[in-house]
Design a protein around this ligand. Structure first.
Ligand code: DGT
Ligand code: CA
Ligand code: CA
Ligand code: ZN
Length: 581
């Protein structure tokens, strides 16, 4: 929103002027900034209707601030601000993010130690120069170092799976506030992206003050980045930023659509609106009348907006402008797999190797989660650090599984434990378990845990050789990536997909927050090639089954339908579908 950008620029102008010891003006910009941040209408719209006069009529905005808003709306920048930045090359934006550093302290650090950026700040703190400054001390110096360390750590993107309970908690607390009639987590989280830049929350309410007060004073807030009537933002101690917007009923659907994104989807959607002589923004969908006036048509719900644009409703996971707009206009969107469609989980580890719990405990947790079957896939012997199973132990395990299945049957529980393995692919593409053993299992799955640095050609050939074993059914976490830790190994997934199709091999969508592998683009490729997939939790503990939702979200981002995923089938049909010639 343009308001927010201008508010931030004015805030920085105030701080720059203050650094130059200009009297009075800093406070005027600061006030204008606060005013703008809390406006419930868009400055761009005001200007379009009433020009600079209308801007100046807004309380808190004067001649000089009004002119600058006009300049920004016309040119996309403010010269005065650009020049101030050049004259005072202090990186306010980043310095302000260091916990405890307000405008006053940043000014003092600049004036006395000529500190202009994070690097100079860190050097000064490490050299012990900050603690002797007036108004600072040993504690402040320590906090500066901690703050910088924290910024370094939190820079970049986050894994939603590890933050979901904290976010859920915030969501539940906000919902309890009186007057909150609707709430959605929007942005990349609603689109189920593999990684998220920040958390975006949208609320419908007529009275935002108590919501903003609560939001900015939560226990887990490290720093308040903005607090206004319609928008606030905080930095959590866990390092992630949360943006909150409060809107009214009439605009809720429009805001939901806008803040869900993606930006590319929004741009394409606005183009569709323009094609119909309409205008779409975060406040609503408007018809442009012959006299130039705008008539509100829709905005309360997303469904209203899509249908008034002659489109099917588009699920958030599809909103990346990868062809979904065209299909929705032609009413030809695929019917995606749903949350709750999985009947089984085909990768589960136990305390026979590196899992936390026994086979029975994992089975009970899966039953509680609502599944009808799991495959026990402990590692094989080459992975010695996981206490990988050798031939003797895996046979012992199959006996234990038989015993447990009998017990379940006797108790009348509709649940089946399948004998399986996460068999290691050896250096030369052969498997870490002889065929004699593999053929006694219900499902054979394979994965790469070594030689990550082979060339793409060598790695692809090695994997293909393993896939060629007639007993192999599923290839687990096909690219081996660990988000934020390890890049995928070099491998040609398109070639693997082609080979999987030929051999009838299933490729896995691994639901662990740091794997999410295959990714959405490869999933789409499998869907298009008719290669089946499984969605597995790769559970190592009884608490991991809910990760399956992350895998389903990813599958939906990859346009997968229920029939593309084998473990949506009941156990008998699923096993039949695995049969290889
Ligand atoms: P993230 O946070 O990097 O994981 O990705 P998003 O998609 O959550 O992006 P974010 O938080 O910057 O903004 C949330 C949504 O707001 C975004 O998906 C679309 C909308 N939005 C933000 N800025 C713009 C913009 O400049 N133009 C348009 N059309 N939409 C925007
Ligand atoms: Ca976001
Ligand atoms: Ca955001
Ligand atoms: Zn593994």
């Amino acid at each position: 929103m343009v308001n927010q950008i201008i508010a931030e620029i004015f805030q920085e102008i105030g701080e720059y002027l203050d650094m130059q010891d200009v009297p009075f003006k800093p406070r005027a910009y600061e006030k204008a900034s606060e005013t703008i941040a809390s406006l419930s209408f868009d400055l761009g719209d005001v200007y379009k209707k009433g020009g600079i006069k209308a801007l100046e009529e807004i309380p808190g905005i004067g001649v000089s601030t009004g002119e600058k808003i006009e300049e920004y709306l016309k040119t996309g920048k403010i010269k005065f601000y650009e020049e101030l930045k050049k004259k005072t090359p202090v990186d306010l934006t980043n310095l302000r993010r260091v916990g405890g550093l307000g405008p006053k302290k940043i000014k003092a650090l600049y004036k006395k130690l000529n500190i202009k950026n994070l690097e100079e700040l860190e050097n000064a703190a490490k050299a012990g120069k900050i603690k002797s400054l007036e108004g600072f001390g040993a504690k402040s110096e320590e906090n500066v170092l901690k703050g910088i360390e924290f910024l370094k750590r939190s820079k970049g993107r986050f894994l939603y799976g590890y933050l979901s309970s904290e976010i859920k908690n915030i969501e539940n607390n906000l919902k309890k506030i009186k007057g909150v009639t609707r709430l959605d987590i929007v942005g990349s989280i609603r689109r189920r992206k593999e990684t998220i830049g920040d958390v975006d929350i949208l609320i419908e309410s007529k009275n935002s003050a108590p919501i903003m007060d609560f939001f900015t004073s939560m226990d887990n807030v490290l720093q308040i980045l903005a607090k206004g009537e319609t928008k606030s933002a905080v930095l959590l101690k866990s390092g992630i930023q949360v943006d909150l917007r409060v809107v009214d009923k009439k605009s809720y659907g429009a805001a939901l659509s806008y803040f869900t994104g993606s930006k590319d989807h929004n741009v394409a959607l606005r183009k569709v609106a323009i094609g119909y002589g309409m205008k779409l923004n975060e406040y609503g969908l408007y018809k442009i009348l012959d006299n130039g006036e705008e008539k509100y048509i829709a905005g309360e719900t997303e469904e209203d907006i899509y249908s008034n644009l002659g489109m099917q409703y588009i699920s958030p996971e599809l909103r990346e402008n990868r062809g979904e707009i065209e299909l929705a206009r032609a009413k030809k969107l695929p019917k995606l797999i749903n949350y709750g469609d999985l009947k089984g989980d085909l990768q589960v580890q136990t305390n026979w190797t590196d899992g936390d719990a026994s086979i029975e405990e994992m089975a009970n947790a899966a039953i509680k989660y609502g599944l009808e079957y799991i495959a026990i896939t402990d590692h094989t012997k080459r992975l010695a650090m996981t206490n990988g199973l050798n031939e003797k132990r895996i046979l012992e395990q199959t006996k234990e599984i038989d015993k447990l299945n009998k017990k379940l049957e006797k108790e009348g529980v509709n649940f089946k434990i399948l004998k399986s393995t996460e068999c290691d692919i050896l250096e030369d593409g052969s498997l870490d378990m002889p065929d004699e053993i593999l053929k006694q299992l219900d499902i054979v799955s394979i994965s790469v845990h070594s030689l990550f640095n082979l060339s793409e050609k060598e790695q692809t050939e090695r994997i293909k050789k393993a896939m060629n074993n007639p007993y192999v059914n599923i290839f687990f976490h096909p690219t081996g990536r660990r988000l934020g830790k390890r890049d995928p190994y070099a491998v040609s997934i398109p070639e693997i997909i082609k080979y999987a199709k030929e051999k009838g091999i299933v490729l896995e969508i691994n639901s662990q927050p740091e794997r999410l592998d295959l990714n959405d683009e490869y999933i789409k490729m499998c869907v298009e090639s008719g290669v089946k997939m499984s969605i597995d939790s790769d559970a190592h503990s009884v608490s991991h089954f809910p990760y399956l939702d992350l895998g389903i979200g990813l599958a939906r981002r990859g346009w997968a339908k229920k029939e593309d995923i084998i473990n949506t089938l009941p156990v008998g049909e699923m096993l039949k579908s695995l049969k290889r010639s």
